[in-house]
Design a binder for this molecule. Structure first.
Ligand SMILES: [Zn+2]
Length: 285
């Protein structure tokens, strides 16, 4: 069985002034399920007398004989301890809690999807946005360096933006637009993602000056201050990028990534290509 040693006095877990300096935490895996949320993917773990549950972080009463004591210092885990006292007020089992959580998640998903701007309006507004902007020589040079010809650069349809780029007459329901007529953008360039009907469903942005690991972002209206802003999702999913060449074809390309790679594959091989973001499943805005 795998186990992890964690320093319980570390600010990470925040067990305060425990006399024990370390305690063994065993992640719940395989047939060993978290008694609070039933997960077994290693996200929750068991200590000597406590359960660290990543799913349940609110005091919702007694679950399977455990009660929430506190949160870990980073607020990520609920720290649950056995509840031995007789008063089993509000006692529920994990099945009931899971059903409630699933129901809440379903409802939140339904509401998010209901708020999405319809595709034909996104297409219309994104085309307007792209036509109002142009590609600066610095970004043009970047695409040059990546081996794109002038006609390929033109076909890719990228435009340069500044940080919090001002835009006009765009609905703040359009993913990427913030109240007050600005884009939730950083300095870099944007390009359109098309669906299978050739309609623009989302924009992606390549930042100019950042660390490599988060150079690409989806244009989204969801921010810390506006957490309810629309993300790039289509029917609750991160969109695919469909690049279609004309003419009869007998093959379709599948490429990881939603930008230059699938675009050039389609253009140069003259086949339709579907690009999907890496880590496609489970991305939440
Ligand atoms: Zn759990």
């Amino acid at each position: 069985m795998t186990s992890t040693l964690l320093d319980l006095n570390s600010p990470h877990l925040g067990f305060g002034s425990s006399t024990r300096s370390t305690s063994k935490l065993t992640p719940f895996k395989r047939s060993n399920h978290c008694p609070i949320c039933d997960s077994n993917d290693g996200r929750c773990s068991k200590g000597d007398e406590i359960i660290l549950c990543l799913t349940e972080t609110y005091d919702v009463g007694i679950i399977n004989g455990y009660k929430l004591r506190k949160l870990s210092k980073d607020n990520n885990w609920g720290v649950w301890a056995p509840h031995s006292v007789d008063d089993n007020y509000n006692s529920v089992n994990w099945q009931t809690r899971k059903a409630i959580r699933d129901q809440q998640a379903d409802e939140e998903r339904r509401q998010r999807i209901a708020k999405e701007l319809p595709i034909d309006q996104r297409d219309h507004l994104y085309r307007k946005l792209l036509s109002d902007l142009s590609l600066c020589s610095m970004d043009q040079g970047d695409l040059d360096r990546r081996g794109m010809s002038q006609s390929e650069i033109k076909g890719f349809n990228a435009v340069s933006v500044g940080q919090f780029q001002r835009v006009q007459n765009l609905s703040s329901d359009l993913p990427g637009v913030l109240p007050g007529g600005i884009l939730n953008s950083q300095g870099g360039y944007l390009w359109p993602l098309y669906d299978v009907h050739g309609q623009i469903v989302a924009l992606q942005l390549r930042k100019r000056n950042v660390h490599q690991d988060n150079r690409y972002i989806w244009l989204s209206s969801s921010t810390r201050r506006h957490p309810d802003g629309n993300g790039p999702h289509v029917n609750g999913e991160i969109p695919l990028a469909v690049y279609k060449s004309f003419g009869p074809y007998s093959r379709i390309g599948l490429v990881e990534g939603t930008g230059i790679k699938p675009f050039l594959t389609s253009t140069r091989l003259n086949i339709p290509v579907i690009g999907a973001a890496g880590g496609h499943v489970g991305l939440i805005s």
